[in-house]
Design a protein around this ligand. Structure first.
Ligand code: NCD
Length: 453
């Protein structure tokens, strides 16, 4: 039997599979009504624990256009989750006789990875907290690919709320992989998370550089901009000063709304600065001539309605192309569409791609992920055992397989002797991988019955 394929992170598909999906989507797009013979008799379940308009409806439309059916739980409040049911149980039931594929949106980061492990049918991540939103990335890439004819060597500026916009995170990984250059232009206080930059550097071989100044009016004038470029020789023309380079052409600006619902405590950067609002007057001149203005929608005030008739506005195209690209994805994951493409080898934590060679550390005792929004801290998902990829052995550096946050455990215990060592001590290095138990601090180790040597 062929192993099921999930689409949880954007790197669960290989680059050549993504391009093959675009070619299939072109065929669907040519006549959306001509493909009801593609997936008859199959049922899609949409499980949405957060609000959605486009993502859910375009998936449902895609399935119906493929000749299948749809069942939907579109409000968390209407499911047994409110009675305390776990995600694992929900997807085991829904992915049993009820449906053949599940599309899930959930507030906790890594939730879709958990669901994929428990469901017997393919699981598609339609947004897991602020972590990833890989099918929005397919819409974004597909739009760019149709517009520009390629995905490598593009100059793309990602702006707005880069901290909580999951669409930004998935898109950045994908564009880096295809060899585009990225400029992160955050709204002050909502910078790109360290976990994303670190993963870009480690898994996608990019150079991360601080950028000095930007001059796009209204975009926050260059505070904390970051430039990310494929780690190989490239020739760019530049539009502004980034270290010693200058960019004079921009292929796309991807704007995001303030993800107000995810702000924590009294975090509200708009108290001191006005969130940008883009209008065509800010984008005069040669460097913006061929730029596409992108946005995952919904827009609030960050793009003026004056832009809508500008040929550079791509946001409604992105939303429209969500149907054919999701048709292609669903048909592929359901085994009803063969792609002329190379898959990539399986990965120890269930991912299809990088970093395959890394070992997995799993322990119910000791180290926990430090991301408070990680699914391993979700009240209904206490059965999920923390699991980390070993990024570096000495001193140890681990990455949560669910949400990608990295952690450097301070202490290592020996599973049998229960002796505890500083993780940079020579004795600690002598403990074999299978006998290591990691801890964040002494209190955690003592609670687990480990003590000093
Ligand atoms: C995005 C999301 O849900 O992350 N919306 C979408 O799926 N098109 C972006 C957003 O809500 O700002």
């Amino acid at each position: 039997m062929v192993a099921k394929r999930d689409f949880v992170s954007v790197d669960d598909l290989s680059g050549s599979e993504i391009l093959a999906l675009f070619r299939a989507a072109d065929r669907f797009e040519a006549d959306l009504r001509a493909h009801s013979g593609q997936c008859p008799g199959t049922i899609l379940a949409t499980l949405f624990f957060e609000p959605s308009t486009r993502t859910r409806l375009s998936f449902e439309s895609a399935m119906l256009r493929l000749g299948g059916g749809v069942i939907s739980a579109s409000e968390a409040g209407s499911t047994s989750a409110t009675k305390g049911e776990s995600l694992a149980d929900t997807v085991r039931v829904v992915g049993g006789r009820y449906s053949d594929i599940i599309v899930l949106r959930h507030p906790f980061e890594g939730a879709a990875r958990v669901a994929a492990r428990y469901a017997s049918v393919p699981v598609v991540n339609a947004g897991d907290g602020a972590h990833e939103h890989p099918t929005q990335t397919l819409c974004d890439l597909y739009t760019l690919w149709r517009q520009k004819g390629k995905l490598d060597g593009l100059e793309v500026l990602l702006a707005g709320d880069l901290k909580y916009s999951r669409t930004i995170h998935s898109l950045a990984y994908a564009l880096a992989r295809f060899g585009s250059n990225l400029v992160f232009q955050p709204f002050p206080g909502l910078e790109i998370p360290e976990s994303v930059l670190v993963r870009l550097e480690r898994d996608f071989s990019v150079d991360v550089r601080r950028a000095r100044a930007f001059e796009i009016k209204g975009l926050g004038a260059g505070k904390d901009a970051v430039y990310v470029t494929p780690n190989k020789p490239h020739q760019n023309t530049l539009f502004t000063q980034i270290d010693d380079e200058e960019i004079d052409r921009i292929d796309a600006i991807y704007m995001t709304r303030l993800q107000r619902e995810r702000l924590e405590g009294n975090e509200d950067p708009t108290r001191t600065d006005r969130y940008p609002s883009l209008d065509p007057a800010q984008f005069q001149g040669k460097r913006f001539k061929d730029m596409g203005l992108m946005h995952p929608l919904p827009r609030v005030d960050e793009i003026s309605y004056e832009f809508d008739d500008d040929p550079r506005a791509l946001y409604f195209r992105q939303a429209a192309l969500g149907v054919p690209i999701r048709m292609a994805l669903l048909a592929f994951l359901l085994g009803r569409l063969e792609l002329d493409a190379e898959p990539e080898a399986p990965h120890p934590a269930g991912r299809s791609r990088e970093p395959r060679e890394r070992a997995v550390y799993r322990s119910a005792v000791g180290l926990r992920c430090k991301n408070p929004r990680c699914v391993t801290h979700a009240p209904h998902e206490r059965y999920v055992v923390p699991e980390f990829l070993e990024i570096r052995e000495a001193p140890p550096l681990l990455r949560c397989v669910f949400c990608d946050w990295e952690v450097e455990p301070a202490l290592i215990g020996h599973a049998q002797s229960r002796r505890l060592h500083r993780s940079n001590a020579a004795e600690a290095q002598r403990i074999g991988a299978a006998r290591r138990v990691y801890f964040e601090d002494e209190a955690q180790a003592t609670a687990a019955g480990f003590g000093n040597a």
